[in-house]
Design a protein. Structure first.
Length: 235
């Protein structure tokens, strides 16, 4: 059983997609802890699912190192295999990233390496991008820079504004993150560290835009996520 901690800062729709996915008996992964850096709305989703939560507010600590020490204590106590950042809007220090190298993954609303950082949807629109999307990547000390595990593309429509585009990308995020977790839990993707180097292996070879083997994995029943309803995707 793959043990996950999920770190959030906001509404937690990606958290909800992971909760719904891992709640299935056929999925050998479970969320054992949800951590937030503020009283995030998403905490209520975890509590409703009976998952232990904790808020660690950096403003109550004298510096980032002591805030991260508390985070480390909570994570280590929960004995997790993977730390999923799901809208956790805080840059983690290089030493934190090194400590958990190969164990922290993040979902980002762009086709990395394009549009690292914030306001990704508006920046894609401003550039006249034809394709946009989301990425799950391994977290390293550089912001939004680690090896890309998988991406889903979204076509940009001429009628798109930031909100419409964001809604369609979010719907893809809700499919992509559970699929990555499922593939890791099933051993289709392995992340290893070798003398400080990351090794990302896809059992059935690299397929751009998809997790290798994901089609196979996708046969597992994926739950309908309340956040990617047809209405929302078409908004
Ligand atoms: C998601 O779109 C996620 O990709 C993004 O924040 C949103 C969180 O939404 N993350 C980042 O921008 C990280 N760089 P959620 O709280 O509803 O999951």
């Amino acid at each position: 059983m793959l043990r996950l901690a999920v770190l959030i800062s906001g509404r937690g729709s990606n958290l909800q997609s992971l909760i719904a996915y891992t709640a299935q008996d056929t999925v050998p992964a479970m969320i054992v802890k949800v951590l937030a850096d503020k009283p995030a709305a998403g905490l209520a989703l975890a509590e409703a699912a009976g998952i232990e939560t904790e808020t660690i507010d950096p403003s109550l600590y004298p510096d980032r190192a002591s805030f991260e020490e508390s985070l480390i204590t909570a994570i280590d106590k929960a004995k997790v295999d993977i730390i999923c950042l799901a809208g956790f809007m805080r840059v983690l220090s290089p030493s934190f990233c090194r400590r958990y190298l190969g164990k922290i993954i993040n979902i980002h609303p762009s086709l990395l390496p394009q549009y690292k950082g914030l306001n990704t949807h508006q920046r894609a629109l401003d550039d006249g991008a034809k394709q946009h999307g989301c990425s799950v990547h391994i977290v390293t000390a550089e912001l939004d820079d680690g090896p890309i595990v998988a991406q889903h593309q979204v076509a940009v429509n001429t009628a798109d504004d930031q909100d419409r585009l964001a809604a369609r990308v979010l719907a893809e995020e809700h499919k992509l993150y559970p699929a990555v977790i499922g593939a890791i839990a099933a051993g289709l993707i392995t992340i290893r560290t070798d003398q400080g180097q990351l090794r990302l292996d896809h059992r059935s070879g690299a397929i751009p835009g998809h997790i290798p083997g994901m089609e196979q994995h996708m046969q597992w029943p994926l739950p309908t996520c309340p956040f990617h309803s047809k209405e929302m995707a078409e908004k």
